[in-house]
Design a binder for this molecule. Structure first.
Ligand SMILES: [Zn+2]
Ligand SMILES: [Zn+2]
Ligand SMILES: [Zn+2]
Length: 96
């Protein structure tokens, strides 16, 4: 699967941050201390999986994008903003 995230100015993805959902303000980052946090435009991060047909052949990229706003096991809820949705639509078309 491919995750759509916002890269923060601190270098970590938005998933590492605690955000005050009422105001949208970034409170802090679990990956670093202090610093300023400003989210950039969304970007796609591919993840890797083993090919079930060739389990010993190593990992292959899994291009299927995860829909914005989805909550994945063990991860915070993915951002569901319009920019993320636009990128998702584009990726979905490319995957076919
Ligand atoms: Zn950080
Ligand atoms: Zn940050
Ligand atoms: Zn977003």
């Amino acid at each position: 699967m491919t995750l759509i995230i916002h890269r923060c100015s601190c270098g970590h993805p938005d998933l590492f941050h605690r955000v005050d959902f009422a105001s949208g303000a970034v409170e802090d980052c679990t990956g670093c201390l202090g610093g300023t946090h400003e989210f950039g435009p969304p970007e796609a991060i591919p993840s890797w999986r083993t090919d079930p047909a060739h389990p010993t052949a190593g990992t292959v990229a899994d291009p299927n994008p995860v829909e914005p706003g989805t909550t994945l096991q063990g991860l915070p809820r993915l951002c569901g903003c319009q920019d993320c949705r636009d990128l998702y639509q584009r990726l979905s078309r490319e995957v076919g």
